[in-house]
Design a protein around this ligand. Sequence first.
Ligand SMILES: CSCCC(=O)C(=O)COP(=O)(O)O
Ligand code: ZN
Length: 242
Amino acid sequence: MSSADQAVEATNDQLIQSTDPEHPANLIPELCRKFYNWGWVTGTGGGTSIRHGDHIFIAPSGVQKELMKSENIFVLQWPTAKYPAEARNYIRKPLKLNPSACTPLFLTAFEQGAGCCIHTHSQWAVLVTLLVEREKGPDACFEISTIEQIKGIPRGKGKGMLGYHDTLSIPIIDNTAFEEDLTSGLEAAMKKYPDTYAVLVRRHGIYVWGDNVAKAKTQCESLDYLFQLAVEMHKLGLPWVK
Ligand SMILES: CSCCC(=O)C(=O)COP(=O)(O)O
Ligand SMILES: [Zn+2]
């Protein structure tokens, strides 16, 4: 390790030390424990990142997310370069750990003004991506209507929440061999669907973001509920869209 890296590691512990349970360095491990119990981040997959002022808090890669501690958290100075990875401005790097492979995807959500982004490997999310026809290619979307929980999802930034009679549409992008390579697909989906707060990844999971942690979490919960409901409706032969 270079002396510059050692300095980043050694000098910036204050960035992740707080007695406030709402501090991102405390909140990320706490949220990941909940997400693990909900089947969202099992087997090291998935994770979450929070923007707090001009700092981005990111979990390490390939670790048991439910066992993560605040001292394992990376901190980036915001704004930062998305590419290449070496150009990112880390102001705290835990020794012997790498930042999450989801980092460029989380940064894409922060570029949209998000305060928190959650990535899950929920089986319900994966199942709906398998049930929506593949032939639709870049136009593939999961759609559901006339279910009360749709009201938990925003209509778009500053546009209020969807109503009971609205149709919720979540774009689906194809998976790639490496998590980082999903970034261009996520960017394209955000451009095509500027009001969306989530993008499904076929055979992989979902990215959900929100203006703050509470909104990202509740939106992710509402979507997971709707995906599970949709799978159960499909088993009963019931249509998702009236
Ligand atoms: C078995 S998990 C494969 C990688 C992945 O999809 C993921 O979300 C985890 O990435 P990270 O680098 O944050 O561990
Ligand atoms: Zn993943």
